[in-house]
Design a protein around this ligand. Sequence first.
Ligand code: GLC
Length: 551
Amino acid sequence: MTSDLWWRSAAIYQLYVRSFADGNGDGTGDLPGVRSHLAYLADLGVDAIWFNPWYPSPMSDAGYDISDYRAIEPVFGTLADADALIAEAHALGIRIIIDVVPNHASDQHPWFAAALAAGPGSPARERFWFRPGRGPSGDEPPNNWQSIFGGPAWTRVTEPDGSPGEWYLHLFAPQQPDYNWSNLDVRREFEDVLRFWFGRGVDGIRIDSGALLTKDPLLPDVGLDEPPGPAHPFTDRDDVHDVYRSWRAVADGYPARVLIGEIWLPDAARLARYVAAGELHTVFNFPYLTCPWDAAALRQVIDETLALNAPSGAPAIWVLSNHDVDRIVSRYGRADTAFDLLRRRYFHNFAVDLALGTRRARAAALLTMALPGSVYIYQGEELGLWEVQDIPDELRQDPIWRRTGGADPGRDGSRVPLPWSGTEPPFGFSPAGAVREPWLPQPKEWRELTVSAESASGDSMLRLYREALRIRRSSVALGDGVMAWLPAISGVLAFDRLPGSDAAGGGVRCVANLSGGPVELPPHAAVLLASGPLTGEGKLPTDTTVWLRIQ
Ligand code: GLC
């Protein structure tokens, strides 16, 4: 392992446990499955793994509804499996980041059960947001907030005596009651959860829905022009920063631990506050994740990202996909290459040109991995998997699908189990003799996108990712540091990454061609890697990125 500041330049693999590898044949991924494929991740060349939630959960929102923050979901394995996995990963030089979900519990969490049993006015209810309803008989929600997953953000409970009772707030599904972060029990509990996992050797925490935690205690109605969304109008409050200062104090008690915020905010100035001194180390970059494949738009997002991180010196995070958004190959194969969580249906109505999307995704991968900071790779991105848009309705699991009555297709299409080997499902995801099929069906065409098939093919996405990560890791110019834009014609992004003056080794020049035709390469000493073949005359074709060595 390198330095305490490993996270500033790390390549981090996002591992969605349910869909990575099934060790016991029940159709769902698990920790033994991960353990048996750690060598794959070491070969890929990643520095860390971020695990989506691995805790006991009724799975109303795929693990983002947690009933015990100090244990492992039995379907995934045991705490002993997690301990072994952490040790084995560390032995391979791979660090472990876990997801902590502080905005909400599961409705099966013992605290919520206690709150229901204890009744109105009890200290147990103070840990959540219980309020009487409006209207003469209290049968209307306490305010007009809508859930991010569709429908009202309030659900009415039945009191222990059987009468219709108070309502509780849930910004997501009804099975995800929001914690009240002005309650001291809640604050102490999460600091203790952090200590629990840091003490077990976990190297970092990804903070789920990090801007939403604290709420205006008056719970005012929102205006009609404020749609529900990841940036809720009554969140991102000043007092959330108190929470992160106390978390940072906890993290600072352990060496080399990192706090990473999932902060969906459109406003860069407000986002910058989360990486202020003494708070989070770094925040996800959603403007980049949702940016269309367009040179001017990308350049603007890159500049804004660097500017927002500059005052604090926090490293930028570059990310092309995750478990909440459409896979990048599909996005880039559509006529509209942007993405918006609230308009998934609109994007799904476009035809997808997979060859075009794959070509662009390859170019985007090299562009992304050349930018200064850390980079995230969502499992399957390295195989060029596409969004599975034709999952039969009866197999869809995402609460977004159900709560919008199918108006929003949901996120299942980016969560389909990985293809490892073989020519038909389950493609090595489950072992021979598995008793159940994968929890979501895999397209038969993925036989060409298995890890084995791509390992054997010279120009596969997997080979490109392996090679890019190898170069990125061995280059002193890539990863953390500064970049300098080069003049370029419209539609082309060109920049240099130069090593610090006292460092050995050469600089890297990255050129991404998003224009309509081939372009000349700028001066260089050698071609290090290209996302596709250059033209016969040595020009860079459309939708291709190249890394050049410069002296
Ligand atoms: C985050 C997660 C998402 C989850 C939501 C509620 O946005 O990435 O998957 O559904 O929070 O926890």
